[in-house]
Design a protein around this ligand. Structure first.
Ligand SMILES: NC(=O)C1=CN([C@@H]2O[C@H](COP(=O)(O)OP(=O)(O)OC[C@H]3O[C@@H](n4cnc5c(N)ncnc54)[C@H](O)[C@@H]3O)[C@@H](O)[C@H]2O)[C@@H](O)CC1
Ligand SMILES: Nc1ncnc2c1ncn2[C@@H]1O[C@H](COP(=O)(O)OP(=O)(O)OP(=O)(O)O)[C@@H](O)[C@H]1O
Ligand SMILES: [Mg+2]
Length: 315
């Protein structure tokens, strides 16, 4: 794995530094002990799932469980609920998102959740996005960490104030989502000759919200530094890999924020969580591709989460 870190755009740190940063990611993983009760390893909520998209919230929520969360809830549109339930008995599914009291219903659950993943398979229906706006505001008021992905980023591009300055938010845009956000927030096109500077500027313009720009290399910034994750994946780009990433990140953000500064050596917990989730997704992709080649799908990648996790973080 090659990881690069830069405090400024011009100052590169050595590979040794990168290895030590990755060691800090290992430090956020909680020990499995007999003393913990169900729930302590993470109760994660995924806000997404509509008539068109039922796979994305499933991928995100099941990934959160496979990474190590104890409970995963999906908050989705009514029509999507029976479909998502039928994929897995392990998910708790709430068909509330397109109802008249979506925010109230959600507020009942927020005190019991450690982190939210907002956006996989949400769709772009206006009234539904209004509810999600209320859910984001209620989450911020309760200081709940939020990973914003997919159509959640569509909403944030319309209303950047929803996340501006919220230090417990992480945005996970793909290529298109990054371009849309950048243009909305910085009122100009992305400078393709300066990817590091672009992700740094977007994070800064959003008040140092952590941004994970997914792509051939994943670039992760909190507006102060940029981490690069070049971990080997494969050339297979099946849909749903980003959902695996955002669901994993939901758990890792919760773990990272629980980790004391003596273990994170002063590094941003959200940057460490993001580096962990990006590396894990790419490792799953690598392992699944070894077995399935061109026919690799996200379901194959999810089957690799356990061994990929051990390889990266427990050896
Ligand atoms: N099985 C499912 O239910 C899935 C649902 N999905 C959902 O589908 C909805 C739309 O997500 P999209 O990711 O399609 O978002 P967008 O509607 O923003 O579309 C992104 C488009 O950009 C294209 N693209 C990607 N990388 C590119 C690059 N480097 N250069 C040029 N074009 C590039 C892709 O082909 C895609 O069509 C979201 O709700 C998402 O969560 C996806 O998560 C995939 C799986
Ligand atoms: N060209 C690439 N080479 C290697 N890995 C890549 C490449 N593009 C994306 N990835 C990896 O795939 C994962 C998902 O990124 P991607 O850009 O496909 O997200 P997405 O479009 O949101 O996916 P989804 O289909 O779930 O919505 C990330 O871990 C990213 O590192
Ligand atoms: Mg996506």
């Amino acid at each position: 794995m090659v990881l690069q870190r830069a405090r400024s755009l011009h100052e590169a740190h050595s590979i040794k530094d990168m290895d030590s940063t990755f060691q800090l990611v290992r430090n956020i993983i909680p020990a499995l002990t007999a003393k913990k009760h169900k729930g302590q390893a993470g109760r994660i909520g995924v806000v997404g799932g509509c008539r068109e998209y039922t796979g994305a919230p499933y991928f995100a929520a099941i990934s959160a469980l496979k990474v190590g969360a104890d409970l995963a809830h999906v908050f989705c549109a009514r029509e999507a609920a029976p479909v998502i339930k039928s994929y897995s008995p392990e998910l708790i599914v709430h068909p509330v998102l397109d109802g008249p009291n979506a925010v109230l219903e959600m507020e009942k659950w927020l005190p019991r959740l450690h982190a939210l993943v907002v956006g996989p398979g949400l769709g772009r229906d206006g009234p539904l996005l209004d509810s999600v706006k209320g859910i984001l505001e209620a989450s911020k008021a309760r200081d709940i960490p939020v990973v914003v992905d997919a159509d959640g980023l569509w909403l944030v591009a319309q209303q950047p104030a929803l996340v501006h300055g919220y230090r417990k938010a992480v945005l996970t845009p793909n290529y298109m989502e990054f371009s849309r956000l950048y243009e909305a927030v910085l009122s100009g096109p992305v400078d393709s000759s300066d990817p590091h500077g672009s992700v740094l500027r977007l994070s800064q313009a959003l008040g140092n919200v952590t941004v994970v720009q997914k792509g051939e290399h994943d670039l992760i910034s909190d507006g102060q530094q940029v981490l690069t994750c070049n971990h080997e994946g494969s050339s297979r780009r099946c849909g749903g890999q980003g959902d695996l990433l955002s669901g994993s990140l939901g758990v890792m953000v919760h773990w990272a924020l629980l980790t004391g500064p003596e273990k994170t050596n002063g590094s941003s917990p959200l940057l460490l969580a993001a580096l962990g989730a990006c590396s894990l997704t790419r490792q799953c992709n690598h392992q699944a591709f070894q077995k399935h080649g061109r026919s690799t799908t996200t379901t194959d990648m999810i089957a690799e989460v356990g061994t990929a996790f051990s390889t990266l973080f427990e050896t």
